[in-house]
Design a protein around this ligand. Sequence first.
Ligand code: SAH
Ligand code: SF4
Ligand code: F3S
Length: 464
Amino acid sequence: MSFERQKTFFIETFGCQMNFHDSEKVAGSLVSQGYRQVQSIEDADLIFYNTCSIRDKAEQKVFHRLAEFKRLQKQGKKFAVIGCVAQQEGERIFERAPHVSLVAGSASYRRLPEMLVQIGRGERATGLNDRDTEETFETEFTARTNPHRGYITIIEGCDKFCAYCVVPYTRGRERSRTSESVLEEARRIVAGGATDGGLTEIQLLGQNVNSYRDPLGRRSFAELLAEVGELPGIRRIRFTTSHPRHFNREIVAAIDAVPTLCDHVHLPVQSGSSRVLAAMAREYTREQYLERIAWIRAAKQRSIAITTDVIVGFPGESDAEFEQTMSLLEEVQFDGVFSFKYSPRPNTPAIAMENAISEEEKTSRLAVLNDRQREIQRANYAHYVGQVLEAMVEGYQSARNQIAGRTSQNKTLNFTVPDGYAVPEVGSYAQVRVTRAHPNSLVGEMVCAPEVQSAQPDCAVIVI
Ligand code: SAH
Ligand code: SF4
Ligand code: F3S
């Protein structure tokens, strides 16, 4: 019998929700191989660095961080670089950071167990050539770290090739999981168990969830969404990201019909100018985008919040075209906007486009956009004052003596609990009366009136 000490690992993660969820899956794989997850670099034998290359000088940041790791090599630690920068930079990472033992992109994570054996033998391991795969990374060992939300990847990769974006190069071809496998994972999450936490909120993930195609042809995306929402024990279903090109009325009808589907759609527009959208290869016009907004607004039973992503300063974007983005914001009155300065990325067609916009101009357009959107949100959020909304408890803010909650519309709703009542647990739901509104969050107090007590067991418990 061997008494060898159990090997430990630490994962540091950057990027989108898919990347964070990938880390949960990678951690699960490592645990299934006998490793133990630790919460600090100091305690780890193996350090995983899960990287993002969507914007800015992501590569430089990664190499800088890897240089910091170098001194730890003397302590016998090993380093693995995974994610989008790993895929993009490939073997160059070994050249510039020779202390790294493993480099792998997300399409190769299925092969982690064999890569771990290789590095255990003192060899280098790479996972860079699997981007054309049809296979997905199944998740029987996922080590979920989010205490209130279970993520499920339904589609990996992206085939859209927007002119500015690295994702199709870093994450490979689009490949959907079978709807059976997604439903099975959702059931496991709700039921709880050793690795899946007994959660009531699920978020379906993909760079482009509307392109979901069940390999067995059983369910459309909207059908899958509705079926996950109808599983016993589920309280909230979210999904991201929707691409406007494939967003359809069936999805709105599903939200309207199934109460657990949240009142929120994230629908990235990128620009309000059809000329710029064509140059970005987004495959829809301003008018088509607005048509989708009208579908969402026409939901009969629900008030669905809409958020978006915008890029300012794409090559060739004129003042008038930027104004079209501003007028789109005015027209739609988004509940939230993630705004970015265009950032030239390696391998993408946009990097070679003429008429680059200066950094100064991009900065100024971004500020104009953010200022206006803040005012739009100030008015939007003010509408909720006086209403009672359901908030899921996501955590505690002891400094402000508040509970951090989130509404179905995905708005932050921080609230207090009246004296004498029990503080609800993370992952539970509370009815909250909104008392104040800020441009990015709501503030309120938990309602403990007798008529809401049945929906809210915590209200019945007096703790003094
Ligand atoms: N698949 C999603 C999200 C992709 S990345 C979608 O298609 O909407 C998230 C956001 O980052 C994008 O929506 C876009 O607004 C922004 N982004 C991507 N590449 C960028 C780049 N090169 N420069 C600036 N912003 C970028
Ligand atoms: Fe990037 Fe476009 Fe794919 Fe989104 S749809 S990940 S922006 S290429
Ligand atoms: Fe970043 Fe890759 Fe996600 S580039 S945003 S981690 S898909």
